[in-house]
Design a protein around this ligand. Structure first.
Ligand code: ADP
Ligand code: MG
Length: 444
């Protein structure tokens, strides 16, 4: 009989992964790695498609993530290889004149995430001398990940954040002053915020993906045992204890096995719909359309205003008015859900008797909004949510940008065996990851 263990993706033993990676590095490049850096993937309780509207997001780091072994070069080149079977095409060499938004080749390649990060760190170093990358700095890098790639658990930000720490350690005054693991203690909150912002620049300006900063903030600033309540108006974070949800429950990320295709324009399209709605309402950032502590009635008021302004229009800058209204409704209700969770987890849950079921209800409402209003869900994700709820989960929702990706499930440990069997029936490609809120990016 098949055991259900096969469907779980283990985070692995960091020290073993590191020592394997370091030996592979020696074989690959014929020299020793100078160090290894790690950055986690993330799951998000709530806050999809609203980071770029300055909404609140509630991510936490997974113990699964991406490891980068590296050694410096003095010829400005990057030599990069990934051990991910589906992306590995041997060593890619990136010359100094191929680094940066204008210089990066058109055709998509995973190496652009890494070369983009080196460019963004150089840019950051212009205003912060301690981050200034040495003239002629380059590096050899070997990458391995325990995350599903393109699975909505943010493997891209994990790759960026592990790489930026490697570059920081090997090519800047900051790294020279704080060798190896000293780097972890030396990195201040502000440093981590700035490095996350540099990784966002790499993904937006070099790779050309419409990321809003949620993923990079989670990877760079997460805390063990905590959900980060991230206010995207100013990127301030409040770490909130998640123990009150997890008492008697577990969070599981279900990787549907359908990798998303954000770059094919659909994600950008959804974002553009919502931004058109914001412009009609006269807001640069949709978060400003709602009060500090928004409620459902505030969402209705904004929608009424939208209807009034759109009444005489046939389209909104060539976009369907109905579609823009649905994206608007997703963004606004998602913001209300985030604020609710923030207050619930901030200790205002006092008096809420069954917090797991309240949180579960918010998760499931978030899924319905992703499905019907954002319209970024897909059949397998809907089926996973339905199945999880039928197996007694308190709640379940699609997380990540959508069009593929993973579902987050809140469930009792006792119900997990039946859930795994039911999920296996949906698709052989389904994998499960335990979500145990973990540490941020670090030197190992
Ligand atoms: P997600 O971040 O949800 O996993 P994205 O589409 O944002 O999905 O990012 C996936 C892309 O990031 C991959 O197609 C690849 O280009 C790059 N990437 C992520 N992890 C790795 C890795 N371990 N090795 C090489 N490239 C990676
Ligand atoms: Mg990503």
């Amino acid at each position: 009989m098949r055991t259900t263990d096969a469907v779980w993706i283990a985070p692995g033993e960091p020290q073993e992964i590191q020592s394997d990676l370091v030996s592979r590095f020696q074989q690959e490049y014929g020299r020793a790695a100078s160090g290894t850096w790690f950055a986690p993937g993330r799951a998000n309780l709530n806050g999809e498609h609203i980071d770029f509207h300055a909404g609140r997001c509630l991510p936490m780091a997974l113990s699964h993530g991406t490891y980068v072994a590296a050694a410096p070069r003095t010829d400005g080149r990057l030599r990069l290889r990934t051990l991910d079977a589906s992306l590995d095409d041997g060593v890619t060499t990136v010359n100094p004149d191929q680094i940066g938004p204008e210089a990066t080749p058109e055709e998509a390649h995973w190496s652009h995430y890494v070369s983009g990060v080196l460019w963004a760190l150089r840019e950051l170093g212009r205003s912060q001398p301690t981050f200034a990358v040495d003239e002629g700095f380059g590096a050899d890098l070997l990458v391995v990940s325990t995350l599903p790639i393109g699975g909505g658990l943010s493997s891209s930000a994990a790759l960026e954040c592990a790489s930026i720490l490697a570059f920081l350690a090997l090519g800047t005054p900051f790294g020279q002053d704080n060798p190896l693991q000293d780097l972890n203690a030396a990195l201040t909150r502000e440093n981590r915020r700035d490095l996350a912002a540099a990784c966002v620049r790499a993904e937006v300006e070099v790779v050309g993906a419409g990321t809003g900063g949620l993923d990079q903030t989670a990877a760079m600033r997460a805390r063990p045992g905590k959900v980060l309540s991230l206010d995207c108006r100013d990127f301030s974070v409040t770490p909130l204890d998640i123990g009150c949800i997890l008492r008697g429950y577990r969070l599981i990320a279900v990787d549907t096995g359908e990798a998303h295709r954000l770059a094919d324009g659909q994600f950008g399209d959804r974002r553009a719909d919502a931004e058109a709605a914001a412009r009609l309402l006269g807001f640069d950032r949709l978060r400003d359309a709602l009060p500090e502590r928004p409620r459902k009635a505030d969402v209705s008021h904004v929608l009424e205003e939208f209807d009034r302004l759109a009444e005489q229009l046939e389209t909104l800058q060539g976009r369907s008015i109905d579609a823009c209204r649905r994206r608007l409704r997703h963004a606004l209700t998602e913001m209300v859900r985030s604020e609710k969770l923030h207050h619930l987890l901030s200790g205002e849950a006092y008096g809420v008797r069954h917090i797991a079921s309240t949180v579960g209800g918010i998760l499931t409402a978030g899924h319905m909004s992703m499905r019907d209003d954002a319209e970024v869900s897909f059949d397998v994700a809907d089926l996973v949510v339905e199945t999880a709820l039928a197996q007694g989960a308190e709640g379940a929702r699609l997380i990540g940008g959508g069009f593929g990706g993973s579902v987050l499930v809140l469930i009792t440990p006792a119900a997990i065996p039946k859930l795994t069997v039911a999920l296996e029936r949906i698709s052989r490609g389904i994998r499960l990851l335990d979500v145990a809120p973990s540490s941020a990016a670090q030197a190992l």
